[in-house]
Design a protein. Structure first.
Length: 124
């Protein structure tokens, strides 16, 4: 299994059984981007489920179609997700995503990596 991968939107890296996904700065996520992000993650995971630490602080914009796709299709092979937010901007975006998309996996927004890892360790 590869430990690191990067595309035009995100970088992916495994640390201690948790997949860290970091969105690039000022990235705009549309449906094309969302499909590529999920496709690349699934290839990297090689059919195995993992807890995911997702740093969304770099996202500039994400449209409704992409949010919906990531909530449903993007939940495949994810045990739980902890999202790193930077109040108030990415935190507001994340809260809106949760209210409108209702992802089917355990999710938590966190302001730092330590809080996120603490949440995710219970899903390993």
């Amino acid at each position: 299994m590869r430990n690191f991968f990067e595309n035009d939107y995100t970088s992916y890296r495994f640390y201690d059984g948790i997949l860290h996904i970091i969105y690039h700065q000022e990235v705009i996520i549309d449906m094309t981007a969302a499909v590529q992000i999920v496709k690349d993650r699934l290839i990297l995971q090689e059919g195995q489920s993992f807890p995911i630490l997702c740093d969304i602080r770099g996202i500039k914009e994400i449209n409704k179609a992409a949010r919906s796709y990531l909530a449903v299709e993007g939940s495949t092979l994810i045990k739980a997700v902890a999202v790193i937010v930077d109040p108030p901007v990415s935190e507001i975006m994340w809260e809106f995503y949760i209210r409108t998309s209702n992802p089917p996996i355990p999710t938590k927004s966190c302001e730092n990596i330590d809080e996120a890892l603490l949440f995710l360790k219970s899903f390993m």
